[in-house]
Ligand binder design. Structure first.
Ligand SMILES: Cc1cc2nc3c(=O)[nH]c(=O)nc-3n(C[C@H](O)[C@H](O)[C@H](O)COP(=O)(O)OP(=O)(O)OC[C@H]3O[C@@H](n4cnc5c(N)ncnc54)[C@H](O)[C@@H]3O)c2cc1C
Length: 461
C-alpha cells in the first residue's frame, strides 16, 4: 500500500526540505521508533521540521510518492500514537519550539508545537498568567503533543483539558494544505469546530504547526491536604460530600490500598484498615478564600470519617504530598517487569464500586491492579501488573473484561492517554459500528491517501 523510501524519494525530500532536516542514522531511527509505551517500529527516515513550509512540502510529497508520515512531539505518549508502525517518515516537531507571543491584553499565547508544556507554564506564570493543563509528563511533553492527545491532569476537574485552552490552530492537512482554524477570541461559533476536531485526533487529521492558547489569571494561592480513610467507599463518600458542598477543588486525587502499601512509608501516619484509601485535595484562589476553603474541606473529610489529615499549606508541604502520589508510578515501574497502564473513566458515583470490583478480575486473570488517579473526574489510572513475565497469557482477556465493565458502567476506555496503537483493539468496545464508520469517513475526507499516521485509532475493518 505504501512505497518504501527509495534513494530517489529521499533525495527529493532532501531537495524540498534541505538535507540537514533529514536523519537516517540507525540510533536516531531506533530512538524515534518508540514512545513510552512498550511498542516500537523504526521509521525509514527522521525529518526534523523547523518551519511550517517544510511540513507542507513533506506531506505533498507523501501524497505524490505514497509514503506514510507520522508526527511526533516528545514521544512521551503512552499509547504508541507516534510509533511509525508503517515505516516511512517520522516527522519530529521538537525543533519548532518557540513561544511566539504572550499577549497580556488578550490573555492569549501563540506557540509553536514543540514548546515543552512545563516551560510554557513557567513562562506565562512570570507574567501573572496561568495555563492550567497539567499532564503528569509535562516536563517532557510538547504542547503540540498535548493538543494532539487532548492531554489533561489533576487540574482538569476545575479547569478542563488542553482542548479548553486551544482557541485556534495552524495545521497542515494530510494533503499538504495549510489551514488556520478557530479564533483569537474566547467565543466563536462560526462553522464546524475544526479546532476541536483536530485537537485529540492523535496526529491523524493534521500536523499541528502553531497554536493560539487561552490564558487565565494565575491563582494567587493554593492550599492542599491529604486525608486517610479506612476504605475506598468512605473516601468516595467524602469526595461526593466535598463536591456537593459548594467546593470545586483544583485537584482531587485518590490512591487505593495497594498504592498506599507501596508508598505508605512516605506518609507521616499509618493508614488504618485492610483496604484503606487516601485523598489529596487542593483548592486555589485568593489567599483568604483558600485558607477558609481548605479548613471547610478538612472539616467535611473529618465528618465523613477521615482517620488522619495532613494539611499542606506551603509550596514545600504540597510538594511533599505530590511526591507521594508521583512515587506510585515510579515504584510500580521499578517493582514489576510487566505493567500495562490503563486510564479509564467511570461516572463519579461508580468509582468506589468499580475499584472494589477489581479483585475479582485479579483472581480470574492472574494479575494485580493498582488504582489511583483523579477521583474528582472519575479518571482512574489502573496499572495492571505482574512480577511473573511468563504469566501474561490471560492479560488481554482480563483487560478486555475490565474495559467491558467500564463501558457497561457508562464510562470510557481512555480519559487521557488516547488510543494510538495500544488501545485500538478496544475501540469497538465503546463505539458503535456506525460511529466508527463515520469517524473513518472523516479520516478519509482529511486524508484521502491515508498518508498521515496510518494504522492508528481504528481497529481493522
Ligand atoms: C511519566 C508520564 C506521565 C504522563 N502523564 C500524563 C497525564 O497525566 N495526562 C496525560 O494526558 N498524559 C500523560 N502522559 C502521556 C503523554 O505525556 C501525553 O500523551 C502527551 O500529550 C504526549 O505529548 P508528546 O509531545 O510527548 O507527544 P508524542 O508522544 O510525541 O505524540 C503523541 C500523539 O500526538 C501526535 N502528535 C504529536 N505532536 C503532534 C503535532 N504537532 N501535530 C499532530 N500530531 C502530533 C503523535 O502522532 C501521537 O499520536 C504521561 C506520560 C508519561 C511518560
Amino acid at each position: 500500500m505504501f512505497n518504501p523510501l527509495s534513494d530517489r524519494i529521499i533525495q527529493t525530500i532532501a531537495g524540498a526540505l534541505g538535507r540537514d532536516a533529514l536523519d537516517d542514522r540507525p540510533e536516531t531511527l531506533q530512538e524515534y521508533g518508540r514512545d513510552t509505551s512498550d511498542l516500537s517500529a523504526n521509521p525509514e527516515i527522521v525529518v526534523r521540521a523547523r518551519e511550517t513550509a517544510q511540513v507542507e512540502a513533506l506531506l505533498k510529497l507523501a501524497n505524490e510518492y505514497r509514503f506514510p508520515v507520522t508526527p511526533r512531539g516528545a514521544g512521551s505518549g503512552l499509547a504508541g500514537g507516534s510509533v511509525p508502525v508503517c515505516g516511512g517518515v517520522l516527522l519530529s516537531l521538537t525543533d519548532m519550539n518557540r513561544i511566539l507571543a504572550i499577549d497580556q491584553h488578550d490573555l492569549t499565547a501563540d506557540v509553536q508545537p514543540g514548546v515543552i508544556t512545563l516551560g510554557f507554564r513557567q513562562e506565562v506564570r512570570k507574567q501573572g498568567l496561568y495555563y492550567p493543563p497539567d499532564p503528569a509528563g509535562m516536563e517532557l511533553s510538547t504542547i503540540g503533543g498535548n493538543a494532539a492527545t487532548n492531554a489533561g491532569g489533576p487540574a482538569c476537574l476545575k479547569y478542563g483539558t488542553t482542548r479548553d485552552y486551544v482557541l485556534g490552530l495552524e495545521a497542515v492537512l494530510p494533503t499538504g494544505q495549510r489551514i488556520t482554524t478557530g479564533t483569537r477570541t474566547r467565543k466563536g461559533v462560526v462553522g464546524y469546530n475544526l479546532t476541536h476536531l483536530i485537537v485529540g485526533s492523535e496526529g491523524t487529521l493534521g500536523v499541528i504547526t502553531g497554536l493560539t492558547l487561552k490564558l487565565i489569571p494565575h491563582p494567587p494561592a493554593v492550599r492542599g491536604l491529604a486525608a486517610a480513610f479506612t476504605d475506598l467507599p468512605a473516601a468516595m463518600a467524602a469526595v461526593h460530600k466535598v463536591l456537593t458542598s459548594g467546593h470545586l477543588p483544583s485537584a482531587l486525587e485518590f490512591m487505593d490500598h495497594r498504592s498506599i502499601k507501596l508508598v505508605g512509608d512516605m506518609l507521616p501516619f499509618k493508614v488504618p484498615g485492610e483496604r484503606p484509601s487516601l485523598l489529596i485535595i487542593e483548592t486555589d484562589g485568593a489567599e483568604e478564600q483558600v485558607d477558609r476553603d481548605i479548613e471547610l474541606i478538612a472539616g467535611l473529610c473529618r465528618q465523613m470519617g477521615a482517620t488522619d489529615l495532613i494539611m499542606a499549606g506551603t509550596e514545600e508541604e504540597r510538594e511533599r504530598v505530590w511526591g507521594v502520589r508521583r512515587e506510585i508510578s515510579l515504584r510500580i515501574h521499578d517493582n514489576y517487569p510487566v505493567y500495562i497502564p490503563e486510564d479509564v473513566v467511570v461516572p463519579l458515583g461508580s468509582i468506589a464500586a468499580f475499584v472494589e470490583g477489581l479483585p475479582a478480575f485479579e483472581d480470574e486473570y492472574g494479575f494485580e491492579v493498582y488504582a489511583f488517579g483523579h477521583a474528582g473526574d472519575g479518571n482512574l489510572h489502573l496499572n495492571i501488573v505482574t512480577t511473573d513475565r511468563n504469566n501474561t497469557d490471560r492479560f488481554d482477556e482480563g483487560i478486555t473484561a475490565i474495559l467491558k465493565k467500564v463501558v457497561a458502567s457508562r464510562g470510557t476506555i481512555s480519559g487521557e492517554h488516547g488510543i494510538g496503537l495500544a488501545k485500538k483493539p478496544y475501540m469497538a468496545l465503546e463505539l458503535s459500528a456506525d460511529s466508527l464508520e463515520l469517524q473513518r469517513s472523516i479520516k478519509k475526507v482529511f486524508d484521502p491517501n491515508n498518508v498521515l499516521n496510518p494504522n492508528k485509532l481504528f481497529p481493522e475493518a
